[in-house]
Design a protein around this ligand. Structure first.
Ligand code: SF4
Ligand code: SF4
Length: 298
C-alpha cells in the first residue's frame, strides 16, 4: 500500500484543491483529510456519512457540586486560573484547564473528577471518489497530532479491508506536530508552494523536515506566474535538494470556481489546468513507487 500526502509550509496554498483533483485522478483510493485544524476537503467531496466517533485526548478536571464544600483550595492551587467561583461554589473552565491534576489530587473532599477530554469527532463517509476519512477538532482543542495519527490508521485499515493500494492524504500545513504525524510512514510528500519569499522559506523548512524524516518529496509550484524571480529561486532550491518539481500551475480562476461549485478542478470540462494536473499525478504516482531517499545530511 502506498501513501501520498499533500503538504504545504502554510495554509492557503491550494493544498485542498490539489488533493481533490488527485482524488479524482487516483480512481481507487482512500482519501483522508489530515488538516484537522481547518478540515475542508469534505466540502468538495461531500461524503455521505457512514461512521461518526468521538475523539478523546488527555483529561480535564470537573468539580462534582454534590461533594464540593466550596473551600476554594483548588482555586488557590490552580496555576492556570481555570478554577472560577460560581454561585457560592466553584467550577472549572475547560478551555483553561491544562489537566495537571493538582486539584484532583489535593481536593480534601475528593470532589474533582478527571474524565477523558473530548477534543472532537472523526468520520468516515462515501464520496464519488471513494471513502473519505476526516475529522472536526473542537475549537481550542490541542493534540491534533494524535488525531492525525488516528485518521491515518483508520484510512490504512479501510484501504486494507477494501483491497485498495493507495491512501491519499490532505496533510496539515506547517512543520509542527500535526505535519510530522501526517508524514509518518508516507511514501511521498507533495509539497505545494507559491513563488513568494515566504513560500520559498516555508518550502525550505518543509523539505528539510521531509529529508530528516527520510520521506521522499516532490514539489508543486502553484501560481507559478505570480513572480518569475521567486519561481526561479524555488526551482533552484528544489534542484539543489534533488526534489522534482512535478507541476508548474499558472494562476487560474477556475480553481476558485471549482471550489465554489464543490467540484475538483479536474471535474470541470475543458479546463487546461486539468491536463497539467493529470501529468503531475502520473509523475508523482511514479515517484511514490520509489523507496525511501538516502539519509539526511545537514
Ligand atoms: S478543593 Fe475540592 S472541595 Fe474545595 S472548592 Fe475545590 S473542589 Fe470544592
Ligand atoms: S487539573 Fe490543573 S489546570 Fe486543571 S483545573 Fe485542576 S489544577 Fe487547574
Amino acid at each position: 500500500m502506498r501513501e501520498i500526502v499533500v503538504v504545504s509550509g502554510k495554509g492557503g496554498t491550494g493544498k485542498t484543491s490539489l488533493t481533490a483533483a488527485f482524488a479524482d485522478l487516483a480512481g481507487r483510493a482512500v482519501v483522508c483529510d489530515l488538516d484537522v485544524d481547518a478540515a475542508d476537503l469534505h466540502l468538495v467531496l461531500t461524503p455521505a456519512l457512514e461512521r461518526r466517533e468521538d475523539f478523546f485526548s488527555g483529561h480535564e478536571a470537573v468539580i462534582d457540586p454534590a461533594r464540593c464544600t466550596g473551600c476554594g483550595i483548588c482555586a488557590t492551587l490552580c496555576r492556570f486560573g481555570a478554577v472560577l467561583p460560581e454561585g457560592g461554589g466553584y467550577r472549572i473552565d475547560p478551555t483553561r484547564c491544562e489537566g495537571c491534576k493538582v486539584c484532583v489530587s489535593l481536593c480534601p473532599e475528593a470532589a474533582v473528577n478527571f474524565p477523558e477530554r473530548r477534543c472532537g469527532e472523526w468520520f468516515t463517509g462515501q464520496t464519488r471518489f471513494g471513502t473519505l476519512v476526516h475529522a472536526r477538532l473542537t475549537p481550542g482543542a490541542e493534540n491534533s497530532g494524535r488525531l492525525v495519527t488516528l485518521l491515518k490508521k483508520e484510512a490504512r485499515a479501510i484501504a486494507l479491508a477494501d483491497g485498495l493500494e493507495l491512501v491519499l492524504c490532505d496533510g496539515s500545513p506547517g512543520i509542527g506536530c500535526p505535519v510530522i504525524s501526517s508524514l509518518a510512514g508516507a511514501n511521498l510528500a507533495v509539497a505545494v508552494t507559491e513563488p513568494t519569499p515566504s513560500g520559498r522559506h516555508d518550502l525550505e523548512r518543509l523539505l528539510e523536515l521531509c529529508a530528516r524524516l527520510r520521506t521522499r518529496a516532490c514539489c508543486v509550484l502553484n501560481k507559478c506566474d505570480l513572480n518569475a524571480a521567486e519561481a526561479r529561486a524555488i526551482e533552484e532550491l528544489c534542484a539543489a535538494r534533488d526534489v522534482e518539481v512535478v507541476a508548474r500551475l499558472p494562476h487560474d480562476d477556475i480553481v476558485f470556481e471549482a471550489m465554489l461549485r464543490g467540484r475538483a478542478v479536474t471535474e470541470l470540462p475543458g479546463a487546461p489546468m486539468a491536463t497539467l494536473l493529470k501529468q503531475a499525478w502520473n509523475r508523482l504516482a511514479a515517484l511514490s513507487e520509489l523507496g525511501r531517499p538516502a539519509p539526511w545530511r545537514p
